[in-house]
Design a protein around this ligand. Structure first.
Ligand code: DAH
Length: 340
């Protein structure tokens, strides 16, 4: 029996299996119901009384050693399966989808960033406005037909009516009323017009207004600012052209086209064969507008411009149906995931 214990001890010491099933086999072989150690305990009953003490101790040592070894082997097996089998730390992570910015936000930030580089600050104003800031101070007298150019949502129609702003030009009035001169700002924001919703018109859209007021600001300064903007936005080769136009708040006024960046002037269906794409309105701030906000029009002059963000986005990505920008169709929004 003594010898048997010694051999088993040596065997336990040498035990080196790694797989969980092998460890379990070893456990059954040693400690199971019919295991070697269990058998020894049965044999122990027949040991002569004077030998019991010595053998008892030896047997207990053997059992403890076996149990401890099996436990140690199991822990080692588990650790290695955690680090090698179920976790491959070199594997790339599970892919997950990031949200994306809305195309209107992407373009708004791009426009604002370009003008920020030119030294323009950002100014904002309320969406719910009064008649003064949207019309009156911008040289739209009460019965002026130009008011019909913009179908307005009125909230109250008392003497100084409250309405949803139809353009961000209202922010230039607020800026001129309160900012120190010179003023150099861009005003991004949401505007509202009472229009039937279609591919080409929507009752909500976004604009960026620009305003520069200082002494001796000229039309040439405006042209240069707009040309630089167009080249930053649409590429270094971009050309601009200005067509005479009319806005009550600027004189002279113009509409600005950029050379079509799709066909490069050859004519395509985006520019309708003309080679040019309209991007904004602009002009020299009318002296009446300066005076309405308390600015001396003899000393100061300035230019203003306004563009639709959706329009620029349309030209950038050829998304022709305006409704895409407002319906939050996830398939449309996901198209911009890579743009972040
Ligand atoms: N407010 C005009 C609109 O909504 C856009 C505009 C045109 C703004 C000419 C300007 C400007 O500042 O000078 O159609």
């Amino acid at each position: 029996m003594k010898e048997k214990i010694e051999t088993l001890l040596a065997e336990i010491e040498a035990l080196n299996c790694k797989a969980e099933n092998e460890i379990e086999e070893a456990r059954v072989r040693l400690l199971g119901k019919k295991g070697e150690i269990t058998k020894l305990f049965e044999e122990f009953r027949t040991v002569a009384p004077e030998m019991k003490r010595e053998f008892g101790q030896k047997l207990n040592q053997l059992k403890t050693a076996a149990t401890a070894k099996i436990e140690a082997l199991r822990e080692a097996a588990q650790e290695s399966s955690v680090s090698s089998a179920s976790f491959d730390l070199t594997k790339p992570g599970d892919p997950f989808r990031l949200g994306s910015r809305h195309p209107v936000s992407i373009v708004r930030e791009e426009i604002v960033e370009i003008f920020r580089k030119f030294g323009y600050d950002v100014a904002e104003g309320p969406e719910i406005e009064d008649d003064w800031h949207v019309f009156e101070a911008l040289n739209f007298p009460p019965e002026h037909p130009a008011r019909d150019m913009q179908d307005t949502f009125f909230i109250s129609s008392s003497a100084n009516s409250i309405l949803l702003r139809t353009h961000t030009s209202s922010v230039q009035v607020r800026a001129m009323e309160k900012l120190p001169l010179p003023i150099r700002i861009v005003c991004p924001g949401r505007v509202f017009r009472n229009e039937a919703i279609s591919a080409r018109a929507h009752c909500i859209f976004h604009q960026v207004e620009g305003l520069y007021i200082d002494e001796n600001v000229t039309f040439a300064d405006m042209k240069q600012a707009i040309l630089l903007f167009a080249r930053e936005m649409f590429g270094a080769e971009t050309q601009i052209r200005m067509r005479p136009s009319y806005f009550p708040f600027t004189e002279p006024s113009a509409e600005v086209d950029v050379s079509c960046n799709i066909c490069h002037g050859k004519g395509c269906n985006i520019c309708k064969g003309t080679g040019w794409l309209e991007i904004m309105g602009c002009g020299m701030v009318d002296p009446n507008v300066l005076e309405a906000s308390g600015i001396d029009s003899k000393k100061y002059s300035g230019f203003a411009f306004g563009m639709g963000i959706e329009r620029i986005a349309m030209l950038k990505w050829q998304v022709k149906d305006l409704r895409n920008y407002f319906e939050n169709d996830i398939r449309f929004l996901r198209e911009f995931e890579t743009v972040i």
